[in-house]
Design a protein around this ligand. Sequence first.
Ligand SMILES: *[C@@H]1O[C@H](CO)[C@@H](O)[C@H](O)[C@H]1NC(C)=O
Ligand SMILES: *[C@@H]1O[C@H](CO)[C@@H](O)[C@H](O)[C@H]1NC(C)=O
Ligand SMILES: *[C@@H]1O[C@H](CO)[C@@H](O)[C@H](O)[C@H]1NC(C)=O
Ligand SMILES: *[C@@H]1O[C@H](CO)[C@@H](O)[C@H](O)[C@H]1NC(C)=O
Ligand SMILES: *[C@@H]1O[C@H](CO)[C@@H](O)[C@H](O)[C@H]1NC(C)=O
Ligand SMILES: *[C@@H]1O[C@H](CO)[C@@H](O)[C@H](O)[C@H]1NC(C)=O
Ligand SMILES: *[C@@H]1O[C@H](CO)[C@@H](O)[C@H](O)[C@H]1NC(C)=O
Ligand SMILES: *[C@@H]1O[C@H](CO)[C@@H](O)[C@H](O)[C@H]1NC(C)=O
Length: 492
Amino acid sequence: MIRHLLALALAGTAFASVSSNASISLWQGDFHLTSEVACACQQLNNAHSSEVLPPSSANYTAERTRFWHIRSDLSPACIFQPSNADEVAEGVKDPVAMQRPFPGSNNIDGGVLVTLNKLREYKVHNDTIEVGPGMKWIDVIRALDPHGRAAIGGRLKTIGVPGLTLIGGVHYFINKYGFAMDNVERYDVVLGNGTQVIADSSTNRDLFWALNGGAANFGLVTKFTLRTHRIPQVSTTIQMFDESGVYDFIDAAVAMVRIDDSDPVAAGGVLTLQYNATTKVVSALLMGVQEGVSRPPSQFANFTAIPGPVKMHNVTTMRQWTEDKESPNQMFRIAFAKHSIVPNTDRLYETYQAWKKGIDTLSDVQGIYPTFVINLCPTGAMRAGRNTSVGNTWGLPLEPTIWWQFSTGWDLAQDDLRITAWSRQLSESLHEENRQLSLAREHVYMGDAGEWQDAFATFPKENVRRLKEIRDAVDPEGVFRRLNWGGFKLGD
Ligand SMILES: *[C@@H]1O[C@H](CO)[C@@H](O)[C@H](O)[C@H]1NC(C)=O
Ligand SMILES: *[C@@H]1O[C@H](CO)[C@@H](O)[C@H](O)[C@H]1NC(C)=O
Ligand SMILES: *[C@@H]1O[C@H](CO)[C@@H](O)[C@H](O)[C@H]1NC(C)=O
Ligand SMILES: *[C@@H]1O[C@H](CO)[C@@H](O)[C@H](O)[C@H]1NC(C)=O
Ligand SMILES: *[C@@H]1O[C@H](CO)[C@@H](O)[C@H](O)[C@H]1NC(C)=O
Ligand SMILES: *[C@@H]1O[C@H](CO)[C@@H](O)[C@H](O)[C@H]1NC(C)=O
Ligand SMILES: *[C@@H]1O[C@H](CO)[C@@H](O)[C@H](O)[C@H]1NC(C)=O
Ligand SMILES: *[C@@H]1O[C@H](CO)[C@@H](O)[C@H](O)[C@H]1NC(C)=O
């Protein structure tokens, strides 16, 4: 039961979202490019036959259905799996495969699916690790485990490195180390014309900045060099609360996000509320992780003080903790909605109550699986992001915020419209009330944003202007702009 809850809780906070135009742009290193395809597949096949999967192959099905979200099963005409940066570059240069988007096509059905899953090489250095985009976070965690070090990246085993990193990347320890993007030392990139470049603090600094949260608008990253931190042990806690603990649970979350120590203890958690519309049972769940060996973890003391049926503390390694945190795959239909608010217990509690009341109206929906997620974004996360050579693209002020989120699962296609409309309408009206109360903040994190939400529109305008300038400079032909990337596009 707990394991199931854990997977779902994390699912609500770790994935890039799915666009209703049906291609997931960033997930596990898969990049979907639509093109005039029969011909493209043939050409790719001529050049790299072992790396092109036609629909008749067994691995095609495995790749195609790899997405965890049933609504995103796709049927590309073929799948291209280059195994090194040179082949990626060749593929990008291929005028047919990559540079002619299929007019009017909105998804990859019938297109070419390019996956970077075969780029899985890594190299551990003293305080960095070079990581191929085909790697999952558990691969990175395992590689660093013998060295007692950790990277700032995904919290679920099978999340891919590029999808998470290029949209910013929330980790438990953002309060001290910032987001995944703030911990990248260097990107190796294949540009739209097939040129391979590096972007770091001294070379292509503009591109380096743009990739820090600018998503897949600039090129294909074929290698990430990530800073690592000495974190040989972590102290973990899993706690559950029933409905009588919900207010205090939210209050503890608000107190935690407000902590702003000059030398913070790295700590953070996944906080979720579940409501069963049939049994009317509410449960709150905390999965907390803190660096070091304090047991129970000191930073979660306010949660530990709340009575609840489950309190499981452990001192372990990041690897041990992560090994059983499976990502859901092909589980159910799911809709997200996400908004930002300054820490305010009463208002968050009201928001939770409104959500619960809303779920009651959906109790007849088959397989309804509602989760209210509380993501903590403490000031330290933004401070760490400013303490890098170029900073990141989000431009967030130094203040704590909470990103509250609806994550709603259900079983049947017939309910798609009903649930997505409910999720959007209720969350937007609550957010609008927060605006009236001067409690709302506009930043939307791309991970798990609703398919109707435009994260770039919430970045500072000046940053968006600069991102577009950089994109136009590194990709004058507009290869990545014209191709269908799904959700996270900068726009014209
Ligand atoms: C789908 O793509 C079309 C064409 O690119 C665009 O006009 C439309 O807004 C997109 N729809 C969504 C929901 O993103
Ligand atoms: C198919 O997948 C298996 C298991 O991942 C792998 O060993 C094999 O090399 C793949 N075949 C092709 C043609 O990619
Ligand atoms: C890496 O660590 C080893 C052992 O501590 C040390 O000898 C070496 O100088 C370090 N290398 C760098 C580049 O810091
Ligand atoms: C616990 O709550 C108190 C009171 O709100 C707050 O001052 C303190 O910072 C919190 N401690 C932690 C570790 O969250
Ligand atoms: C607690 O940590 C130990 C040491 O890493 C590990 O062997 C054990 O499985 C952990 N227990 C739980 C319940 O996670
Ligand atoms: C709600 O409770 C019912 C009855 O126990 C159960 O069948 C259903 O799976 C539960 N729903 C969720 C989302 O846990
Ligand atoms: C800022 O960066 C410096 C140099 O990389 C590092 O030593 C220091 O710990 C960082 N400070 C914070 C608050 O992250
Ligand atoms: C590829 O594009 C980059 C960025 O616009 C440019 O600097 C480079 O000269 C181009 N290379 C070729 C071979 O056209």
